[in-house]
Ligand binder design. Structure first.
Ligand code: LLP
Length: 420
């Protein structure tokens, strides 16, 4: 029977063995993205580093897989750092982001000996300097600059508007110089370079080139005004992936190669050098490799709408409710049947907005059928919640016809173990 296989394993076997809802990753697809990024993000003019933005999906198994490919890790909390520590990844390749790191998180990261803090604002800089002195720990810093580039994406995931909560706006020289001067005085902290990130799920390459061009001009200005040269430059992540047929993103490897070439040329023109170029893809590394398998429960017709209710919902994928995100799905066991009915795929959470796909043509569905949504590998599990006390689904890696459990399904007891 023609069916959907993920990593060589058919959806029914996965559902029977691990239950539903279930997140499944095609491990080979993740490896391919990692390989493509590392191979193509390289230059003979400067060092390069690919860093995985782990907010997209963090797990010990994934970290181990990516670390083996030479990839670094962007973490934004003590929790994500803890995951990196548990996975035993090289701490020198860890970048700690975030606009409000607590003292406790900063101390944890200093003690762990991470490679870089990405400083977001002046207050954080002062706190970091004080804590590093107190603990006598050295570290490197990138300063996050908001280059003010507006890219076409959902407002909630745009990060580069002048009034964004992230980074220091590029025109705010007072704050930028304040950080540079403070770090010059610190015996423990070295300003290694600058960072920018303009948003997420950005399909057009132009926005990235604009941001890169702006940051290189900024480096030239820092060379003139502050004598800084040969620093490191991180250009963030945000590369779009394919969710529905109309999406046509530039493949990650090609995007990486284009950005490096673009940087080489822009640097040559502006007369500055960098020691390292860094990129931080999250979504593009794991998004398309991930699938969610659900079981169809009840169904109903309401007005013109044909509802399919699945055994998960916004608690395992909040992206449609939050960003109007679109997805594609199939009935894996009715793969070759004609799609003739328009369905609305809704979850079982107690909220009208608990919709996964607003409108999709499928073959006639029945209770008990499996339904698999594509491209749920990024910001699915990592944004999952226990709304309505639904347990988070299990996560499986599938490869060469074999599946292995990497995160167990959350039980009622797991949820109640925190109650006192
Ligand atoms: N670097 C920084 C500093 C970031 O803030 C982010 C994402 C990334 C890298 C990775 O971006 P990516 O390559 O994954 O697009 N929850 C939203 C996405 C929020 C992204 C936040 N920052 C969603 O589900 O679409």
């Amino acid at each position: 029977m023609e069916t959907l296989r993920i990593g060589g394993v058919d959806c029914r076997s996965l559902a029977d063995e691990f239950g539903t809802p279930l997140y499944v990753y095609d491990e080979a697809k993740i490896m391919k993205q990692a390989d493509d990024a590392v191979l193509n993000f390289s230059s003979d003019k400067f060092d390069t580093e690919v860093v995985y933005a782990s907010k997209a999906f963090s797990s010990v198994a994934l970290f181990k897989l990516l670390a083996a490919q030479g990839i670094g890790f962007d973490v934004v909390s003590g929790g994500e750092l803890y995951c990196a520590m548990k996975a035993g990844v090289g701490m020198d390749k860890v970048y700690f982001h975030g606009n409000n790191k607590s003292d406790q998180e900063i101390e944890m990261a200093l003690d762990a000996g991470i490679g870089y803090f990405v400083i977001d604002n002046v207050m954080e800089c002062n706190r970091l300097v004080g804590l590093a002195e107190k603990r006598k720990r050295s570290t490197k810093v990138l300063l996050r600059i908001n280059p003010g580039i507006s890219a076409h994406t959902h407002e909630y995931i745009m990060t580069s508007k002048p009034d964004s909560k992230f980074g220091i706006y590029i025109e705010n020289k007072e704050h930028i110089y304040n950080v540079i001067d403070t770090l010059k005085e610190s015996p423990y902290i070295r300003l290694a370079g600058f960072h920018s990130h303009i948003g997420s799920q950005i399909i057009d390459a132009e926005s990235f080139e604009k941001a890169l061009g702006t940051m290189i001009e900024f480096l030239a200005e820092m060379k003139r005004s502050k004598g800084l040269d040969n620093l490191e430059l991180s250009i963030g992540g945000g590369f779009g992936i394919k969710y529905v047929a109309e999406d046509d993103p530039v493949p990650l490897g090609q995007m990486c190669a284009n950005l490096v070439r673009y940087a080489e040329e822009a640097l040559k023109k502006s007369g500055v050098t960098i020691s390292k170029l860094i990129t931080e893809p999250g979504r593009a590394m794991v998004g398309e490799a991930g699938y969610t398998i659900y079981t169809i429960g009840d169904m109903k017709k309401s007005g013109d709408k044909n509802y399919i209710f699945v055994d998960g919902g916004m608690s395992d994928n909040i992206r449609h409710a939050l960003y109007d995100a679109e997805y594609t799905c199939v009935l894996p066991e009715k793969f070759s049947k004609e799609s003739q009915i328009s369905y609305c795929i809704a979850g079982k959470n107690c909220e009208s907005g608990d919709i996964l796909i607003a409108d999709i043509m499928l073959p006639e569905a029945e209770t008990g059928d499996l339904l698999t949504i594509y491209s749920t590998g990024a910001y699915g599990y990592s944004m999952a919640s226990n709304y309505n006390r639904l347990g988070r689904p299990a996560v499986v890696f599938a490869r060469d016809g074999k599946a292995r459990l990497i995160i167990k399904r959350e039980t009622y007891e797991d949820q109640y173990r925190l109650e006192v």
